[in-house]
Design a binder for this molecule. Structure first.
Ligand SMILES: *[C@@H]1O[C@H](CO)[C@@H](O)[C@H](O)[C@H]1NC(C)=O
Ligand SMILES: *[C@@H]1O[C@H](CO)[C@@H](O)[C@H](O)[C@H]1NC(C)=O
Ligand SMILES: *[C@@H]1O[C@H](CO)[C@@H](O)[C@H](O)[C@H]1NC(C)=O
Ligand SMILES: *[C@@H]1O[C@H](CO)[C@@H](O)[C@H](O)[C@H]1NC(C)=O
Ligand SMILES: *[C@@H]1O[C@H](CO)[C@@H](O)[C@H](O)[C@H]1NC(C)=O
Ligand SMILES: *[C@@H]1O[C@H](CO)[C@@H](O)[C@H](O)[C@H]1NC(C)=O
Ligand SMILES: *[C@@H]1O[C@H](CO)[C@@H](O)[C@H](O)[C@H]1NC(C)=O
Ligand SMILES: *[C@@H]1O[C@H](CO)[C@@H](O)[C@H](O)[C@H]1NC(C)=O
Ligand SMILES: *[C@@H]1O[C@H](CO)[C@@H](O)[C@H](O)[C@H]1NC(C)=O
Ligand SMILES: *[C@@H]1O[C@H](CO)[C@@H](O)[C@H](O)[C@H]1NC(C)=O
Ligand SMILES: *[C@@H]1O[C@H](CO)[C@@H](O)[C@H](O)[C@H]1NC(C)=O
Ligand SMILES: *[C@@H]1O[C@H](CO)[C@@H](O)[C@H](O)[C@H]1NC(C)=O
Length: 554
């Protein structure tokens, strides 16, 4: 609901801008400017995906290889990460990212080693915040496969850190793993009661005889926890080991569970959401989603094979190895629940099935005589993706849907559900790759509205024009070019350019329209010093200025 309001707000200035005559308020001449990013590729190495480079920033985000139909997209930014799918270095850098659906970088978050996860906008205390997971885990650390140990970073709209959520949980860590915080990568859901729901993986002794393992075996008890954001104090925990039988798992034991360094990941929690006062908890390895009350009692289970408490699943509505369980609509008699239905894990790759954006309408209370009804099972029939891990399926405020294909480096936006016209599969309107196959992954991907003004300064460098410079034709007498970017700024529309013969006598001598992540502009002739000031939202006031840069001295 919050997002819907913000969306309509952002549309207002655009509509006004389109109907008002285009009068430039400032008197400085408009300088030639262009988006400056260069595509870098490593021709000798087929696994390393192409990346973008800039002059004013060392960010190296992936190139988005985009297909689109031209149909209306949700107006928002894309939040995802470029993480490693294995030990192969297949992306130039691992980091949380914000990009536009035209492939321009907006924010390059802190560089990570193997895994960045779950960057997205949430609401805390009535304000928009950016949250992401930071720590060690998944690919690259042999003892931490498919989960992680770390903290949840909460930034404000200036990218200033508000909190680092480190749950106060005493856990057994695998041997040789040291971590100050044990928040797992999978969930960091901020509730309306100002708490955060997190997942955390505890190495725990368990009797594994029911699955053919040792009596004194070890499992990963992947718990759901609700924590105080400011203190990390734990307000609620739910342990699958305490409430469910290990032999309900679909995950093969495969020799695991013998010792503490190779525990059996029987449940694999990966999503939690607060629904009223209850917790919706998703288990990849049970192929089930549970509704759990504050006492820890299971109120119901929907299972992707049997339907669980809800009765036989409809054709096209089964699921397995699924992620991102979310309640989209709820009243006393119906719940519309959605998932990213992976439908694959690594062991079944020979019989790969397309992953789908699945939604089922459930009857409440569960009653097998009123079984679930299929509402969506979105897939791209022309380029189906069989994602064996991770992934997300987001309902967008304008009716479109957004899918992050997790282990496979693809994100896609679908048109709204059109039952009766085009069935339940949806129509893909936009799809992008940012890596090759499953060598690069993004745990989830979101499209959201976000307005941010970084606390840092815009970054400016001034360089001699290259011989193939795209602004040659309009360069006038100057051969100097300014390159300016402002990592994370969402609303800059132009830069005022100040020049002077000394570094204390700068005056506004031009303006450059903001283009792409980094704007290249022609430096007015005769300038010995240059500075730029960022102007947001087509206004006239300068929000922040860069440092003063000496021409010939960048
Ligand atoms: C390109 O790949 C080769 C082979 O892995 C590597 O040695 C080289 O450093 C890479 N070059 C760049 C620019 O990344
Ligand atoms: C590609 O380059 C990366 C980074 O240099 C390296 O780790 C990887 O092994 C290379 N892959 C191939 C196929 O050469
Ligand atoms: C832990 O580290 C030690 C020393 O590096 C090594 O000998 C041992 O094999 C490691 N244990 C595990 C379970 O990886
Ligand atoms: C979190 O802890 C702080 C400090 O004890 C307290 O003021 C605040 O009310 C707590 N928040 C919640 C949601 O419990
Ligand atoms: C979607 O559901 C329909 C039934 O409505 C089914 O025929 C189709 O195979 C399903 N597609 C996928 C990708 O699951
Ligand atoms: C609950 O939702 C369903 C489907 O969304 C609708 O048909 C039904 O009328 C609603 N019931 C109530 C009590 O609002
Ligand atoms: C399930 O639905 C049937 C048919 O509507 C009804 O007769 C029965 O009482 C329901 N069972 C429960 C447990 O509510
Ligand atoms: C979608 O269309 C099918 C076939 O017309 C129908 O059986 C089903 O109930 C519809 N689903 C919804 C959610 O309207
Ligand atoms: C249904 O699919 C056809 C063919 O792909 C397409 O031309 C048409 O626009 C779609 N209709 C709707 C309402 O999405
Ligand atoms: C884009 O289209 C091409 C050609 O149909 C296809 O091979 C590719 O998989 C598509 N990319 C995505 C991300 O769907
Ligand atoms: C943070 O951004 C807001 C606008 O979003 C602005 O009013 C405030 O001055 C900024 N603070 C800093 C430290 O940049
Ligand atoms: C200009 O030349 C450089 C060096 O050859 C190349 O990397 C770059 O892509 C070229 N730029 C344009 C705009 O053609």
């Amino acid at each position: 609901m919050k997002l819907l309001n913000l969306t309509s707000l952002t549309l207002v200035p655009l509509t006004l801008a389109a109907t008002l005559p285009k009068i430039r308020q400032a008197s400085e001449p408009l300088l030639c400017s262009a988006a400056s990013s260069q595509i870098a590729t490593n021709g000798t190495n087929s696994t390393l995906w192409p990346w973008q480079t800039y002059k004013s920033s060392d960010a190296v985000p992936p190139v988005l290889a985009i297909n689109k139909t031209g149909d209306a997209l949700f107006v928002g930014l894309i939040f995802f990460d470029a993480s490693l799918g294995s030990s192969v270095v297949a992306t130039k850098e691992v980091a949380p990212l914000i990009m536009t659906d035209t492939g321009d970088l907006v924010w390059n978050g802190p560089v990570a080693t193997t895994q960045a996860a779950n960057v997205r906008v949430q609401t805390f205390n009535g304000s928009q915040v950016l949250t992401y997971w930071s720590g060690q885990g998944t690919a690259g650390t042999s003892q931490i496969v498919g989960h992680g140990f770390g903290e949840i970073v909460v930034l404000d709209t200036n990218y200033t850190e508000l909190y680092t959520v480190c749950p106060k949980l005493s856990f057994n860590l695998p041997p040789n793993v040291t971590a100050n915080c044990v928040a797992d990568i999978h969930e960091s859901f901020i509730t309306s009661r100002k708490t955060m729901l997190i997942t955390a993986y505890n190495t725990t002794p368990a009797d594994l005889t029911s699955v053919g393992g040792p009596k004194n075996g070890w499992v990963l008890d992947s718990i759901a926890a609700e924590v105080n954001i400011t203190t990390g104090e734990v307000l609620f925990t739910w342990s699958p080991l305490a409430h469910l039988k290990v032999n309900q798992s679909h995950y093969p034991l495969s020799g695991a569970g013998l010792n503490q360094s190779n525990p059996y990941d029987f449940f694999h929690i990966n999503a939690i959401e607060l629904v009223g006062e209850n917790y919706l908890i998703n288990s990849r390895h049970f192929w089930s989603t549970f509704l759990v009350n504050p006492k820890g009692e299971i109120l119901w289970e929907i299972n992707g094979e049997t339907g669980g408490d809800f009765g036989t699943l409809p054709e096209g509505g089964t699921f397995s190895w699924q992620h991102f369980a979310r309640v989209q609509q709820l009243n006393s008699t119906k719940a519309l629940v959605s998932w990213f239905a992976n439908n694959n894990d690594l062991t079944g790759q020979a019989n790969a099935k397309p992953s789908t954006g699945l939604s089922l309408l459930l009857t409440l209370p569960p009653n097998a005589t009123s079984p679930p009804v299929l509402v969506t099972n979105f897939t791209n029939p022309h380029s189906p993706v069989d994602a064996w891990s991770q992934g997300s399926f987001q309902y967008l405020p304008n009716g479109n849907k957004f899918i992050g294909y997790g282990s496979n480096a693809v994100i896609a936006e679908y048109g709204p559900y059109t039952n009766g016209t085009n069935g339940t599969e949806g129509q893909v309107r936009w799809a992008a790759s940012f890596g090759s196959g499953d060598l690069v992954s993004s745990y989830r991907a979101y499209k959201q509205v976000w307005h941010a003004t970084p606390a840092t300064k815009p970054s400016l460098v001034v360089l001699q024009a290259a011989s193939n410079d795209t602004l040659k034709h309009c360069a006038g007498s100057s051969t100097w070019r300014g390159y300016v970017s402002w990592n994370g700024a969402t609303d800059v529309t132009k830069y005022i350019v100040y020049t002077g013969s000394t570094n204390t006598t700068l005056t506004a001598t031009g303006q450059a329209s903001k283009t792409g992540f980094e704007t290249e502009f022609v430096v007015p002739s005769g300038a010995a010093y240059v500075q730029v000031g960022a102007v947001e939202n087509n206004g006239t006031a300068v929000t922040r200025k860069s440092s003063v840069v000496a021409v010939g001295n960048s």
